[in-house]
Design a protein around this ligand. Structure first.
Ligand SMILES: Nc1ncnc2c1ncn2[C@@H]1O[C@H](COP(=O)(O)OP(=O)(O)OP(=O)(O)O)[C@@H](O)[C@H]1O
Ligand SMILES: [Mg+2]
Length: 285
């Protein structure tokens, strides 16, 4: 978190909020008009609670995403963000609550079945097959969905081109730079042709130029691919510029959600980043 010199995570968050307010409010409003969510096509996680050996990692969290919408899931380290994606994609079973897509319940389904329902993800720690070529890594997702080898290769090559990765198609994934591996991780999720794409820290470890490229690619995806997106990241500048809505977790609980500009002013959110009791005077931070 925090790419600027001498900038703490808290100040990165607050600084990014102000960049958004100063430069991007009208863009966001226009985006909402163009890409307003369809009410009949939603991914919903309702009243989700998760426990790990007595630790409550999520506590009655409810979040939903519409088609064509980009929702940012933010919060301090250990607040439950990855766990929520794990619940949605079937890697973790909640002790209570339900997940549904377009009104059909998918709670506790196997991850590969959930992927077939059109929900795919990238992982916080990149999970490529280092000894397979880049295009074969991407193909695996399309093949798992039932595509022919030929169609899977064609889709893989198209997606790699969209991400500027064509030159690496026949290279072993293990030889890529960290930034390019992260991009392939996203491409691989897209090869499942998802209705909802869940990205866990896609910009982690990217330099500023790479983050900027990623931002422009991601911002177009919902419209171009007709999908909804949930994105976790600690790069608040990216989150503020990309997302239509935010959902904020702290210690497993929702402490704020809604429009970016509303959420940034919530004392609970500011305290979660600055530490309890420091929300006064935040307007000037
Ligand atoms: N498989 C697990 N077993 C036990 N505890 C877990 C497991 N997965 C997560 N936790 C715990 O649950 C809490 C939430 O973890 P989670 O990974 O969801 O946080 P996060 O918000 O994604 O954090 P970060 O920003 O550091 O990635 C943490 O206390 C974490 O240690
Ligand atoms: Mg995480």
């Amino acid at each position: 978190m925090g790419k600027g010199p001498n900038r703490s995570p808290a100040h990165s968050f607050l600084h990014a909020c102000h960049i958004r307010i100063d430069t991007a409010v009208s863009q966001q409003t226009v985006f909402h008009w163009i890409y307003s969510p369809m009410t009949d096509h939603r991914l919903s996680a309702t009243d989700i609670s998760v426990e790990f050996s007595g630790l409550r990692a999520l506590d009655h969290v409810t979040l939903d995403i519409g088609k064509s919408e980009i929702v940012g899931l933010i919060g301090p380290n250990g607040s439950g963000k990855t766990t929520l994606i794990n619940v949605i994609t079937g890697q973790v079973h909640p002790v209570s609550g339900s997940v549904s897509v377009n009104g059909n319940e998918i709670t506790r389904m196997l991850p590969r079945k959930i992927a077939l329902k059109g929900i795919t993800r990238s992982f916080q720690i990149v999970r490529l097959f280092d000894n397979l070529t880049v295009v074969k890594n991407v193909e695996t997702t399309a093949l798992a969905k039932g595509a022919s080898r030929k169609a899977a290769t064609a889709l893989g090559l198209d997606l790699l081109a969209e991400f500027g990765l064509s030159d690496f198609a026949d290279q072993l994934a293990g030889t890529l730079s960290y930034g390019d591996k992260r991009k392939v991780e996203i491409v691989r999720a897209l090869a499942g042709e998802p209705h909802f794409l869940l990205l866990d820290e896609p910009a982690a470890g990217l330099n500023e130029a790479e983050s900027e490229t990623l931002l422009s690619i991601l911002s177009e995806l919902p419209h171009r691919k007709n999908l909804g997106m949930l994105i976790i990241d600690h790069d608040m500048t990216l989150i503020m510029r990309l997302c239509h809505r935010l959902h904020v977790l702290s210690s497993g609980k929702t402490i704020g959600q809604g429009d970016v500009d509303d959420v940034r002013n919530l004392p609970e959110v500011i305290d979660a980043y600055l530490g309890t009791g420091e929300s006064e005077g935040v307007e000037n931070a």
